[in-house]
Design a protein around this ligand. Structure first.
Ligand code: GRF
Length: 193
């Protein structure tokens, strides 16, 4: 059984879908929720399920190997779902090709440091693009930059608001993220399963 940690700092709708999807899976389970925000909705989801959670602090996350040791002991694979801090290279080295992220646009467009939430959808609408979508990718040292694993698309309807587009993007994320995680986990741990 592959043990997954989800790193998230927002409301956690993707986190919830992933937890539910792996609820009865023989392949993997969500073992830990990691957040940098004590008030994050995702921590309530962890509590309700219940799943262990870990609140991380910036200094410790970027210096030393405290969290790396804890994570190495407890989990095998890391899924980011609305986690806004950059992942330090020490953590990437500790989990090579075993950290993935979901982004609410078609990378390489509309990625980078301040490209999250409605900023992304507003930028897409302002650009006049007729298509947007989601990108699931491996995580490297740069924001929204690692190799792309999967993309799915949706039309941007003329006159659509950022909130309406966000809703469609969220639905795409919920539909695809759990399945893509499952297939990547299976690929990454082929021999162990
Ligand atoms: C998602 O739109 C995801 O693409 C981005 O952060 C958002 C998290 O949403 N990385 P939620 O907290 O899962 O609802």
């Amino acid at each position: 059984m592959i043990k997954i940690a989800i790193f998230a700092s927002g409301t956690g709708s993707n986190t919830k879908k992933v937890i539910e999807y792996f609820g009865n899976s023989p392949t993997a389970k969500v073992e830990l929720i990691v957040s940098n925000k004590p008030s994050a909705g995702v921590l309530q989801i962890a509590k309700d399920w219940p799943i262990d959670s870990l609140i991380i602090e910036r200094d410790q996350f970027y210096n030393g190997d405290h969290y790396i040791n804890v994570l190495k002991e407890k989990i095998d694979f890391i899924v980011l779902a609305g986690f806004l801090w950059k992942i330090p290279s020490a953590l990437i080295d500790a989990f090579p090709r075993k950290i993935i992220n979901i982004h609410p646009a078609l990378l390489p467009k509309y990625g980078g440091k301040n490209m999250f939430g409605n900023n992304v959808h507003e930028a897409v609408i302002a650009s006049g693009d007729e298509v947007s979508g989601i990108t699931i990718h491996y995580v490297d040292e740069h924001y929204d930059h690692g190799d792309i694993i999967f993309q799915a698309y949706t039309n941007v309807v003329p006159g659509e608001s950022a909130a309406m587009l966000a809703k469609k993007i969220h639905a795409l994320e919920h539909e695809h993220y759990p399945k893509v995680i499952e297939s990547i986990v299976k690929q990454s741990f082929n021999e162990a399963l």
